[in-house]
Design a binder for this molecule. Structure first.
Ligand SMILES: *Cc1c(COP(=O)(O)O)cnc(C)c1O
Length: 456
């Protein structure tokens, strides 16, 4: 097919939309390590997990065998409100960079939550509703997950309690109001409403909080009431599964026009958008049908892949959650409060950690001032105001395109543009005023929290 017939934006027909999620674990030779009971260090059984998550999600979490899992019709109907998301050819960015590379991005910011998080929020809320639960609790960092879950819960008439990392709560008051518009209750974390929150406040007075401690609080609150469950917006296998809708749509769209990406780039916080985007392509690589270069981009201030340790660790600061084997900086690690761009979790998806450990994907870390430079450059030529998280991927895509300019290679670069940055203007303001710094943890700081990993 000739260049000219490829549209600027590629959408799918309703009949082309994915009807099943793709589970990359089915094609992995080395499966991700199982979650362990934090007390006994034995793999968690479905029965034990069902106290934390709803039953169908437990089944998805433990399923290493089925490659495809049907997307229930109700969820597909919800997806129709904002999917397919566009796959965009970044012609203007290419022109600006004067690169021979072809750049595509899959834009997930076209819904009110402003991110890809809604893809899993609706699935998790749906299964909770189906099980007859009253509500769910969760944490949110930058706020996109809390917003997405509030939207999903209000659609299905479920109660939603959100523990929001305190620095974000203070930096982004409007996020909180969007969540309340959708009927959620929002508490800054650490708070005095939980045992674990009070303990963290006593140990770290004045802390801006972290995802790890907000998770502990949300889990504690769900544990008090059998008609509630805890839900998580990233990291877990089930979340990567739901997010595979991103990669499936991308693959269908690219196949339709005969486009094959050489490099696939995504920002990595807990790994859900990256895992979702790369899954179908990684499946091909694992089955030996095709090859791609996959690159995870993380902040230099919270570098789980590039400077973390592959080991069992707690998913939360309060150490009450299951243990996951992952690349981690230690559950006590707190990224600098000067770090603006989300992606603050100390660990990484077990599935992606295993793939990275097996050499099937790469990782790089980038500093936030260079991330905001890329964000601004992108906003000016492509129009979209990107989320700081997404801009980590933009940074790397621009860097790859500039490399192509030097070598003359006509690579096809695909990256995930996970969301919009309208609620991140305090961070943009700091950048514009020259007040943004790059805080990179020292080896000593990382070694200190790694020394406290549980001994398994
Ligand atoms: C949550 C979020 C991320 C990072 O989370 P992952 O689970 O690593 O995908 C990236 N971009 C946006 C816009 C987000 O909201």
């Amino acid at each position: 097919m000739s260049e000219k017939t490829i549209p600027y934006k590629i959408y799918l027909e309703e009949s082309e939309m994915p009807k099943a999620w793709y589970n990359v674990r089915a094609d992995m030779k080395n499966k991700p390590a199982p979650l362990l009971n934090p007390a006994t260090h034995e793999p968690l059984t479905a029965e034990e997990l069902s106290h934390v998550f709803c039953e169908e999600l437990v089944a998805q979490e433990l399923d290493n065998d089925n490659a495809y899992i049907d997307i229930p019709e109700e969820i597909r109907n919800f997806y129709k409100m904002y999917r397919p998301s566009p796959l965009v050819r970044a012609y203007c960015l290419e022109e600006k960079l004067q690169t021979p590379a072809k750049i595509y991005y899959k834009f997930e910011g076209n819904n009110t939550s402003g991110s890809h998080k809604l893809n899993s929020a609706i699935a998790q809320a749906y299964y909770a509703k189906k099980q007859g639960l009253k509500g769910v609790t969760t944490e949110t960092g930058a706020g996109q997950w809390g917003t997405a879950l509030s939207m999903a819960c209000s659609y299905l008439d479920l109660d939603c309690k959100v523990y929001m990392v305190k620095v974000s709560y203070e930096q982004k008051p409007f996020r909180r109001e969007v969540m309340r518009t959708y009927g959620a209750s929002v508490v800054p974390s650490p708070s005095d409403t939980t045992e674990v929150g009070r303990k963290i406040l006593a140990e770290h007075p004045g802390t801006g909080g972290s995802l790890g401690c907000a998770i502990s609080e949300a889990v504690e609150v769900a544990g008090r009431d059998p008609s509630y469950r805890y839900v998580l917006g990233s990291v877990l296998n089930q979340v990567l599964l739901h997010q595979s809708v991103i990669g499936l749509e991308t693959k269908i769209a690219m196949d339709k026009y005969g486009i094959k990406p050489d490099v696939i780039i995504g920002c990595a916080g807990g790994g859900s958008n990256l895992g979702g985007l790369i899954s179908p392509f990684m499946g091909e690589k694992l089955r030996g049908e095709a090859d791609y270069q996959f690159i995870a981009i993380e902040p230099a201030s919270c570098p789980s892949f590039t400077r973390g340790t592959f080991a069992y660790d707690f998913c939360d600061t309060g150490k009450i959650c299951p243990l996951a084997k992952m690349y981690t900086l230690g559950s006590d690690f707190m990224p600098s409060p000067n770090h603006a761009g989300g992606l603050r979790f100390h660990g990484m998806s077990s599935t992606l950690s295993q793939l990275y450990h097996d050499g099937l994907m790469e990782a790089r870390s980038v500093e936030q001032t260079s991330v905001f430079e890329a964000a601004e450059q992108f906003a000016r030529v492509e129009g979209i105001l990107p989320a700081p998280e997404s801009s980590h991927a933009i940074r790397a895509a621009i860097d790859e395109a500039l490399k192509c300019k030097e070598t003359g290679e006509e690579k096809t670069i695909l990256f995930g543009l996970t969301g919009t940055g309208y609620f991140d203007m305090v961070a943009y303001e700091k950048f514009h005023d020259g007040e943004m710094s790059d805080d990179i943890p020292t080896d000593e700081v990382i070694a200190e929290s790694i020394a406290k990993l549980p001994k398994i």
